[in-house]
Write a new protein. Structure first.
Length: 378
């Protein structure tokens, strides 16, 4: 276990500092490189006028957009901040799954045929996608958005055999990939099980090696909520959203898993203990409501963690109010992760979903989950 002195300040320092409302009808959102929020209502893209201004301007409409009535599945900004990816949630037919990749400046881009529930940028040309349903075990694929034929893109499976519905997906600073079981069916993992896959292993699968099995190859990190979405803050703490209404006390909060607990899990010391507040912190920005189902987004430029109920446009903002230590806490954690992953170090812009790996490759609604049988998010 890493010593107490290297633990990230933000884990204990996050405090509710206010909030803001997205434009009416907006749901998914992300942060641009300068800290401004980008979101969409229908097919219209809105961008915050200034970082932290809480005011939004429409900047245009996505071309050829096809969304269901409950909106898109995800919106994530690329590592270089020039583009964003949007999952169309199957479109109006619930069967036309497309992932759009567009420039922030001009909204030019393409819609790629790809099943999806959630997505995370690996680098500026590859996007990790989760996809699946009750009938077929969920998987993680990697979409190459440089394909010249969007109807037949390169999108190989790198992880399969997830014993349930799709969940979130994220990468840590060392390039390890995390995903989960969003709604248990075949198991043996349960709802909320989060597992990690080392950079060397999933990049080997991407390069044509054996596909990894979630249940047998993944490293257990934590089991909490419904593992969706997943992401990392600037200090390497893992945030988890969603909820499991079939279990008592497994909804109505955002989970924050301490960076040292993740390092321990990767070192073979077992997953984080959800019942130990020193390892997993529970944030509830809306204590008056006992049935929230939160999504989570991190804004690295402003150091803010955002929690939003799926049914609301109100975004609650958390920030570390204790200040930043003189010596980078996460620098020590990152060194430990580097040693555990055999020396594969990755540079990153966004802790939650964006890294640059130094490799050649990189309708039935769930009553509690807010997604369709095909993994679509509502």
């Amino acid at each position: 276990m890493l010593p107490e002195g290297v633990r990230g300040d933000a884990f204990t320092g996050y405090q509710l500092v206010g909030g803001f409302s997205l434009p009416p009808g907006a749901a998914v959102f992300d942060a641009l490189s300068d800290g401004r929020i980008i979101t969409l209502t229908g097919a219209d893209i809105y961008v915050e006028t200034e970082p932290g201004s809480k005011s939004f301007d429409s900047v245009g409409t996505l071309p050829s957009a096809d969304f269901p009535s409950f909106g898109p599945a995800f919106l994530v900004v690329s590592p270089d901040g020039t583009r964003f990816a949007v999952g169309n949630n199957g479109g109006a037919s619930f069967a036309n799954y497309r992932v759009g990749v567009f420039t922030v400046a001009s909204l030019s881009g393409d819609w790629f045929a790809a099943a999806h529930f959630d997505g995370a940028w690996i680098d500026n040309t590859h996007i990790a996608l989760t996809a699946g349903d009750f009938v077929n075990p969920s998987v993680v694929t990697v979409l190459d958005n440089t394909n010249t034929d969007p109807n037949n893109p390169t999108n190989p499976t790198i992880i399969n055999g997830i014993g349930g519905a799709s969940a979130g997906v994220a990468l840590d600073p060392a390039g390890n990939l995390y995903t989960g079981n969003g709604f248990a069916s075949g198991g043996p993992s349960g709802t909320g099980a989060v597992r990690a896959f080392r950079n060397a292993e999933w990049t080997a699968a991407l390069s044509g090696g054996p596909v990894l099995n979630f249940e047998t190859d993944g490293i257990a990190v934590v089991d909490i909520l419904s593992a969706s979405p997943l992401g990392f803050d600037n200090e390497g703490n893992l945030f988890v959203g969603g909820g499991d209404f079939s279990q008592a006390n497994e909804f109505d909060f955002v989970a924050l898993v301490r960076a040292t607990a993740i390092a321990d899990a990767l070192a073979g010391m077992g997953p984080a203990n959800p019942g130990d507040p020193a390892e997993v912190r529970r944030l509830d920005p809306d204590p008056a409501n006992d049935s929230n189902f939160f999504s989570v987004v991190f804004n690295p430029a402003l150091g803010r963690l955002y929690a939003k109920d799926f049914s609301s446009t109100l975004v609650h903002a958390y920030q570390d109010t204790t200040g930043i230590p003189a010596v980078s806490t996460w620098g020590v954690i990152n060194l430990a992760l580097l040693m555990m992953t055999g020396g594969t170090l990755l540079l990153r812009r966004r802790a939650s979903s964006s890294v640059w790996p130094l490799v050649t490759h990189s309708q039935s609604r769930y009553a509690s989950e807010g997604r369709s049988f095909s993994g679509a998010r509502k």
